[in-house]
Design a protein. Sequence first.
Length: 603
Amino acid sequence: MREFSAPATFAIADDESVVGAVFDFAETDPDLVVFLRSTASRWADVTAAEFAGQVTAVAKGLIALGVQPGDRVALMSATRYEWPLIDYAIWSAGAVTVPIYETSSPDQVDWILRDSAATALVVETHKHTAAVHGVADAAPQLRHYLQIEPSGDDTGAVAELTAAGADVPDEQVHERIGTLRATSPATLIYTSGTTGRPKGCELTHGNLLSEARGAVEAFSTELRPGRRSLMFLPMAHVLARAISIAAFQAKVALGHFSDIPQLVPTFAVFKPNFILSVPRVFEKVYNTARQKAHTESSVKGRIFDLAEATAIEWSQARDHGGPGLLLNLRHTLFDRLVYSKLRAALGGECSIAISGGAPLGERLGHFFRGIGVTIYEGYGLTETTAAVTVNTIGSQKIGTVGKPLAGNAVRIGEDGEILLRGGVVFHEYWNNEAATADAITDGWFHTGDLGALDAEGYLTITGRKKEIIVTAGGKNVAPAVLEDGLRAHPLVSQAMVVGDKKPFIGALVTIDPEEFPRWKERNGKAADATVADLIADADLVAEIDAAVREANKAVSHAESIKKFRVLPVDFTEETGEMTPTMKIKRNVIAKTFADDIEAIYAK
């Protein structure tokens, strides 16, 4: 199949905006709990009426500071309650939110502030203030600088804006909201940029509403009043933002959390009904549980392995007529022994999860569905307001990224490139006509990704157009399949496949810093030994070699990894090899580790 379209099942009026629901709920359902705010002792309810009042107060403060309709206001913060509060307030003032990852470097912040011509910047902590204050001072249009957390004599951004806007009539806020249209810009999200300068992707209120309503429709049994979810992905990421808006539109109570090491204990208290995450989190949940079982005793390790195999077999059987009696009995036994404990790690009430940002892997998808936490994988980009295709309840094919959301279409180009069109697809890059013209042709957005559609309209991602490796023998190799397979191993943090114009495929591999101490203990290595100390260690090399052999099972012999190099350090955002959305920067890695790549091919 070359093209598949999903008909629109909802309409977005010309005068609609994302912020409209805030005041609609405050009027029609004022006691509805829309957020759960983390305090020192508990999760406190925030009702629709309370939230609308706070949004109005902050919006009035922005107006008092001189923020005009259409102005860009930058927001740099970890995931916390104030993020959506300030986001909705910016919209209520008629302005446009420019999210910045709180891990961004001063150079990245400088580029975003200058390119967007932001008139105000809100940061989270004194650490952020110290890191970017000089950059902010140099941004020509920036007039206001605020900090969310109180510091010294400062009261914090929310209190400061509330006080500043005390004399501004509420009517001014509602007048600003009244000027918004579905075609009005809502946000400029700067693509993380694996090469070159990030581009400002302009998304409208209509784009955000199309994404939110499509998601609510796709997951109507979960995105509904009375349900709760914990958001822990960075709110600067389009996926977290879009699903947060969808949850609000569906009257789901949403909490925010950013202390990832404390995530599992927080799940136990918060008890989310569903979660949004990226594959790396699910990989770590699985790997941690497996390693714990094998470390405690050989018997527990054997039980876990049998339970894992049963979960996968049981899930696969659901797609082929359903599991038989004996398989169901085994599944019930392991549910008591293993699966229930894994579900408890997610709070005990989580039955589904939504995954995006990178491929999940078919085996992991079947494993989690088999233990009772179905992961629905989707596909999208910043330019598509997050998901444009997704597996849904009642319409799921594990190993694919699902079908298009309502009102969107997928086409496969002659060269295999995925082309997209529909309500979630952006219209232009900010102040970059050339990039816009290059990305959109005849109304179709060219993603740069490669894929295939099956007869039912399910999309499978097969690689990245610009990342295809052509070996000296002329073999085309998509590195993503091999890299995803390597990262599935608990000891592997990141991997980059190499081999362009070379006689065979090789790989650079980094070691997971969390798993490395446990591996050393199991293998009798010195506790203070570093990865650099053990690069040539026979046990470490054998472990990575096993990971390579497992990854190679997904490809032909000609495409398989023949040699690899373990690197002494991990790829990180701080050192420039990773984007904020955890994508590897191939050109940076190739330059930084050029000697290691050459060593792979040395005779």
